[in-house]
Design a protein around this ligand. Sequence first.
Ligand code: WT7
Length: 673
Amino acid sequence: MAEKTDVSEAQIASHWKEEDYYPPSAKFIAQANMTDEGIYERFALENVPDCFKEYADLLDWYKYWDEILDTSDAPCYKWFKGGLINASYNCVDRHLAKNRNKTAIHFVPELEEEKVDHVTYQELWVRVNEFAALLQDFCGLKAGDRVTLHMPMSAELPITMLALCRLGVIHSQVFGGFSGKSCADRIVDSGSEVLITMDAYYRGGKLLDHKIKADEACEEAAKQGQTVKKVLVWQRYAGKHSAETPMVEGRDFAVNELLKNYYGKRVEPVKMPAEAPLFLMYTSGTTGKPKGCQHGTGGYLAYVTGTSKYVQDIHPEDVYWCMADIGWITGHSYIVYGPLALGASSVIYEGIPNYPDAGRCWRIAQDLGVNIFHTAPTAIRALRKIGPDEPAKYDYEFKHMTTVGEPIEPEVWKWYYNVVGKGKAAIVDTWWQTETGGFLCSTLPGLRAMKPGSAGPGMPGIHPIVLDDEGKEVPDGQGKAGNICIQNPWPGMFQTIWGDRDRFVRQYFERYCKDPNSKDWRDWPYLTGDAAIIAEDGYVRILGRIDDVINVSGHRLGTKELESAALVVEEIAEAAVVPVKHDIKGVEPDMYVALKPGYEASDAIADKVQKALVEEIGPIAKARKVWIVPDMPKTRSGKIMRRILAAISNGTDVGDTMTLANPEVVEAIKKMA
Ligand code: WT7
């Protein structure tokens, strides 16, 4: 048995074999927004930052900028300095001349018997203006103020965001599934005096009381010293309060009531400096309190508009559906700001993908004529598990599909491609982070072939590099992994952590900074925190967070590789690997798997999983135990909670499970131990 040794990230072994290329179809290429090979040359490292003028020019500026990148406060950069711009104007007003009658937002309620709300650009403009007038007049909000939103998926959510940025107010939307307490932490950190929420929303067929979380949030924020002066409550059914929790006199106001006073009001968009903050998006790292990633106006908007055009391939006539929640960065960048800046029709779905049955997503796609579809591997695996043959029953045609959020196992990728995409859609695997505002690595779908399991090369103007622990470059094509960094700044990157510049520098730049006093961006590579391998063709394969790597007898195995190997087994729908303490090996992997419908748990299936681990990776990867579980414990956003599985495997306390989407499965799994 090998002895446990310390090895660096650079020695993480790679066992996941390179897959074959899938070229995009001629039909896709013929209509693609970007088929000019020259884009990579124009956005080469030596042309950074000037190349990003091309993205800035997709926007309308009140005053054109005079300096593309100000590095005087590196690594806090200012993009498009001197420019004046408004995001609300760019996402709404500028489309009226040609497209006022076009749908901006298709809001799909979870209940199928309720009508889809098709909000045209004209209607969006009216509603954004009236609500902006209310925010300005009734709440006294002005540029630079922060407002916390705790809203479910609804048309009112982007309306609220666009009304706030029309005034230059910084919004901070908290994912609706989060608790009142999480909302409070974000209210306090951002110093918000106004909270905007909704009384209720549907999830899994139930009308949830969401207003109660506002009460909890205000109470907890007050304890922490931040008073919320006004709570604005949108109504799920206008004219009616749909929550059991009552309104608090003098603090809570029904938006629909107040709006009557602002009928017909119009508010000129405030001409904001390009570097003014547009919004905060909190992200909870593995340790410490949540960080408010601060995104700027001009740089962020330029970057998400450019990438929506060239990677998402959005044309004005497309119907685009990103199934993420707007409470995550994916929703901000690729449901709201990017698509609307391009004048697209963006679908917002209130509920869960499998309500009331496994065909729901495909019915929505069919009925609205969705042709661009965007989701995450966790949803793809879930849809494959509950209805592997459902897509074929519906008459829709995707030209383009996206995967985002975690590495996608090649087996799952192939189901997405063949069954959901019916072999016709181009797929982009987009690797990026809350911090980065938009995509870092992806194929440009009209220019580069897809490769299952690989995100693809750096985006134009994004120059990734893999560094070892000593800061030496790990060359491409050697199958060696390390810390993936970005060598240069780009307009979408966050400006700082709200109120904590030191943490921003420490966490993302200190490790590889060549000179802490330097004003030259070349001295400040951005540390993503992910482990990755760059293949000979320049395609990047993300192995996951550096911290998620399992070290068995000194062999560092990416959890994702093990999970991917298990998914090669026909019966397996989902897999999760966790480390179990072992005296000699340090840790051993425990493998949790959930089966596709119609299969029964058996020793034979567990043996097949072990065999796959050995065959795909090697004997070192053999699991201590294969657990065939009824379902994985998951967060409300669908991420598998490996922490809980690890606690069960190691016989430690599983902690609080009440925030899970399915706390009952934890009890069921514990009984198997
Ligand atoms: C982390 C960022 C990207 C917006 C939503 C998640 C992982 C993200 C991919 C991908 C492999 C991916 C990384 C990254 N990740 N996309 N296509 N392939 N891994 O944003 O919550 O800030 O998470 O998600 O580990 O660092 P986030």
